[in-house]
Ligand binder design. Structure first.
Ligand code: ADP
Ligand code: ASP
Ligand code: MG
Length: 468
């Protein structure tokens, strides 16, 4: 529920500004961030930042190496290099007491990261909580550096520990936020600073469980942190600053001709994010929808270039055509075949219960008279679900697939569009097809090596100039 007095008498709600890994990758990027935040200083900004680019990858790689049972010299060298990288960038950005604080934090990282790795190597059972503690250093260090840079640039910023803001379950690696506790915690930790005219800076991706343990929201989760903070503060707007000009008609790394999309509805953007558009973490939009808060995706490399506004209205009823194509690799198809299925009520329910029991999300479902095929992207717990499914029929599991998905409110409203989509896919070997319950997506499971060609074909058919 939206609290009408949320803005604490100071006018509109704050502006939450999230900057991703490439937007804080070095001193130049953080310099641009600082200019962008200063440009919005009158809108009561709250800044959420990712780790410097590739830092979470490196910390994850070190965690995997620690699984080998020892911390080698090479690993220690990699920790020093990681901490040094942060020190070098901080030295180029901050001065005085602000810089001293960063260096104190870097010294703590240099002490604690090797200790965490030692503990992970020695006690495999406690790995998951320790891994989250280890990964949290990425956002802890980046947020300290950004707070120091802003202060050095004359903005009264205040570093806030994300673990004081985002309250979660204890599911390490993919924690679920406790929305009520997060709302109360964010308001207590952030609003006094905002009301005092300061700019709070906090790390995305990380939170804390009720027992105080550090948790993480899943890879790419800083977008989700931003909307959790935004919804908690009844923000006027949530801005996601990244390295491309907003949400585009396809991943620009796959389709050179991809264009920026000026407006999307929450539903369209959520479907695209869920089906692989990496520009937003799949869970990002939910908190914003609940609060009716607009989300804007902007380019930190070119702040005046195109951006995408995502809200309930989108481009409005006149907007024809498909909005974008997304794809997601690493998909596994599970097929359950049973002659007993014919007419047997409760069969589908039993199948979904088996996935639900282990918290596995099913993306696409297709049924025939004697079989049900589904796609999943989480194979970690799949084996246990498959064991249960075997009680229902023959189960075949096949990896190496991708999902390709076209999204647009127009799929629901414009006759003939689906036929064009199928036409574009006629040269691709399709394993499964489904129309999402929302009616605004058409999804295909294809072999991974066909995903990029399929995206390009669909883009050329439905999104290139002249195709709408
Ligand atoms: P950040 O570090 O800012 O969170 P990400 O790398 O997570 O950035 O997301 C931005 C990237 O998402 C882009 O560089 C782009 O390659 C990819 N991407 C995939 N699909 C889309 C899309 N439809 N629109 C824009 N970017 C997309
Ligand atoms: N740093 C985390 C990651 O790389 C979270 C994020 O950047 O959104 O996954
Ligand atoms: Mg991201």
């Amino acid at each position: 529920m939206r609290d009408e007095n949320a803005a604490t008498g100071a006018g509109a709600g704050p502006l939450v500004m999230k900057f991703g890994g490439t937007s804080v990758q070095n001193a130049e990027a953080i310099g641009r961030l600082s200019a962008i935040v200063r440009g919005h200083a009158t809108r009561r900004p709250v800044v959420v930042v990712s780790a410097l680019s590739k830092v979470t990858d490196e910390l994850s790689a070190l965690a995997r190496l620690a699984d080998g049972g020892e911390v080698t010299r090479e690993m220690e060298g990699r920790v020093s290099a990681l901490v040094d990288r942060h020190g070098r960038e901080a030295d180029r950005l901050a001065r005085g007491e602000a810089l001293d604080r960063v260096h104190a934090e870097l010294a703590a990282a240099l002490r604690e990261i090797p200790l965490l790795l030692e503990m992970m190597a020695m006690h495999p059972g406690t790995r998951r909580p320790l891994r989250d503690e280890l990964l949290s250093w990425g956002e802890r260090l980046s947020s300290h550096i950004v707070a120091a840079a802003l202060r050095t640039d004359g903005l009264p910023s205040r570093w806030v520990d994300a673990r004081q803001c985002i309250r979660t379950s204890e599911e390490h690696g993919r924690a679920e936020p406790d929305l009520d506790a997060t709302r109360a915690a964010c308001r207590a930790a952030l609003l006094p600073a905002v009301d005092a005219g300061e700019v709070p800076v906090t790390g995305g991706f990380i939170g804390a469980a009720a027992n105080g343990a550090t948790t993480t929201l899943g890879r790419g989760g800083s977008d989700f942190s931003a909307t959790l903070v935004g919804a908690s503060l009844d923000a006027a707007e949530i801005q996601i600053w990244t390295d491309v000009s907003g949400f585009m008609t396809a991943d620009p790394r796959v389709v050179g001709a991809a264009r920026s999309i000026p407006r999307l509805t929450y539903d369209e953007a959520a479907e695209l994010a869920y089906f692989g558009a990496k520009v937003l973490h799949p869970r990002t939009l939910h908190p914003a929808v609940e609060g009716g808060i607009p989300v804007r995706v902007c380019n930190s490399m070119a702040p005046d270039s195109a951006s995408t506004l995502i809200d309930a209205a989108g481009a409005g009823p006149g907007a024809a055509g498909i909005k974008a194509v997304a794809h997601k690799n690493g998909i596994t198809i599970v097929r359950i075949t049973s002659a007993r299925m014919l007419g047997a009520s409760g069969f589908l329910r039993a199948i979904f219960e088996a996935f639900d029991r282990y918290g596995i999300a099913v993306d696409v479902v297709a049924t025939s008279e004697v079989s049900v095929s589904l796609t999943v992207d989480d194979t970690e717990r799949l084996e246990r679900a498959v064991r249960d499914l075997r009680a229902l029929g023959q189960v075949d599991v096949e990896g190496g697939y991708a999902i390709v998905c076209v999204v647009g409110e127009a799929l629901r409203t414009t006759p003939g569009i689906a036929a064009r989509v199928f036409g574009a896919m006629s040269r691709i070997n399709v394993a499964l097809i489904s129309q999402g319950a929302s009616g605004i997506n058409l999804t295909f499971a294809v072999h991974e090596h066909d995903a990029a060609p399929a995206v390009r074909l669909l883009h050329a058919e439905c999104l290139q100039p002249g195709s709408n």
